[in-house]
Ligand binder design. Structure first.
Ligand SMILES: N=CN[C@@H](CCC(=O)O)C(=O)O
Ligand SMILES: [Zn+2]
Length: 432
């Protein structure tokens, strides 16, 4: 064993490992009984991977002769895995604060969309904005997420709806991935809406015969990384048949299927996703019992987005029914111009209060299960030796304060660490 290491975090009041046996996801009791060490330490090696986690005294004797680049004394504080945000739309121009006012006054999401607002408003502004401007705003948003404890985030395209802008967005995401410490997984969402002037059939054909082949070409040339494919499967957007064709074409290219389903109407998206071997389906406010059973059987992860139901005053997704049926449940912020939330601690709080999840269930959903939804649970989502050293240190004597202190992550988060490097340090934490 090498005698030099990148980081020692010592004497934490609690270290929440989440799980300890290389589980790729947690369900049922596994989500309720998280692995937690009291008075513990964590060591990260120069390769950025976790070397050891355990009781502070045994880590101290095991690493007595070791030299660390950095030592953080976490006395009185708690260590958690970096949070994973499984669903965001962070590349766009033109905010929609005016639409928030319309929705508060009673307009529904689809009324705004059909009147040419919503996604169409953002498409107009995003098409007209140059890549550098989009990249700068994306960086600012990802930094806000990082300061709230997110260390791995899914980022979608989908405000182009034609080849040029979809590629611009995917390349902007790729540029952020190469330059920022936060982990990024990239999703092609060219089927986020039917572009103005096109029918659904024409939009589907454009995706299948123009957009996907061009994206494939850039991927094959090594010029672009794309990990997932997404479709907004919804009444008045893409129907089940178009969704199926697009997702299957993406899967044939090697992309993971991870799509929007059963949000505003029951579409049988869950059954379709299970049949296609989807890794994850988001929203699911209108999922049926059959859909829940199909997802549990297929190990298709549910990405629940409590901010959306909250902002749009929708019925909440049936988290308890999904959890009881053994569905792998994860969480995402759904950051987008409709749901402007960068904070997974707020998302976990909403999941507990509005979706009736327990705090351990919410944390499992925002760590190991969100990593599963992004096909990254072999390296992310828990503090186990051999996984990436992504951690969050909060100034509180129990980890649950991160959820309980609603909207207080700015005062609670002391350090955010990625691959054993401190990427955010907050010296303004307060004892509350
Ligand atoms: N439902 C579709 N897509 C987004 C909203 C995007 C937007 O309104 O710009 C969502 O996940 O909530
Ligand atoms: Zn979305």
């Amino acid at each position: 064993m090498s005698d030099t290491f990148r980081l020692l975090v010592k004497n934490a009041k609690q270290v929440v490992m989440v799980c300890t046996n290389g589980e790729k996801f947690l369900t049922k009791d596994g989500m309720r009984n998280l692995a937690i060490h009291e008075n513990a330490s964590v060591v990260v090696g120069h390769n950025g991977l976790i070397e050891a986690v355990g009781p502070a005294d045994s880590i101290e004797s095991q690493f007595k002769k070791a030299v660390f680049d950095q030592v953080l004394d976490a006395t009185g504080m708690c260590v958690l895995p970096g949070l994973v945000d499984a669903h965001t739309h962070p590349v766009w121009a033109g905010d929609r604060v005016h639409e928030f006012a319309m929705k508060l006054a009673g307009a529904t999401y689809m009324q705004v969309h059909e009147a040419g607002g919503g996604i169409h408003f953002t498409v107009g502004h995003t098409r007209a904005t140059d890549p550098e401007t989009l990249l700068q705003s994306l960086k600012g948003r990802l930094e806000r997420m990082l300061r709230a404890g997110t260390t791995l985030v899914e980022c979608k395209s989908g405000y182009g709806l034609e080849l040029e802008t979809e590629l611009k967005m995917l390349n902007v995401i790729d540029a952020a991935r190469k330059t920022l410490p936060i982990g990024i997984t990239s999703t092609y969402c060219g089927a986020h809406a039917v572009a103005r002037g096109k029918t659904m059939e024409e939009a589907t054909e454009d995706i299948l015969s123009v957009q996907l082949p061009a994206i494939q070409k850039q991927i094959s040339a090594g010029d672009l990384q794309v990990d997932n494919i997404d479709v907004f499967c919804e009444k008045g957007v893409f129907d089940l048949d178009s969704t199926c064709q697009i997702l299957q074409a993406g899967k044939d290219m090697g992309l993971n299927i991870n799509f929007h389903g059963d949000e505003l109407h029951p579409m049988n998206s869950a059954q379709l996703g299970a049949k296609l071997g989807a890794l994850a389906i988001s929203h699911l406010e209108e999922v049926t019992d059959e859909g829940i059973a199909a997802m549990a059987r297929a190990k298709t992860c549910a990405i629940l987005l409590p901010t959306t139901a909250y902002i749009l005053r929708l019925p909440c997704p049936r988290a308890r029914d999904m959890l009881d049926a053994g569905v792998i449940v994860s969480l995402g912020s759904d950051f987008n111009p409709n749901a402007y939330c960068c904070s997974m601690p707020i998302v976990m709080h909403l999941a507990c209060v509005t979706l009736k999840m327990s705090m351990p269930e919410a944390l499992a959903a925002a760590t190991i299960n969100a990593a599963y939804a992004l096909n990254r649970s072999q390296s992310h989502g828990s503090l186990e030796p051999g996984k990436q050293g992504d951690l969050l240190i909060i100034n509180a004597p129990r980890w649950e304060h991160l959820i309980y202190q609603f909207g207080s992550h700015q005062e609670l988060v002391r350090f955010v660490i990625i691959k054993g490097n401190v990427v955010y340090e907050n010296d303004k934490v307060m004892d509350l």
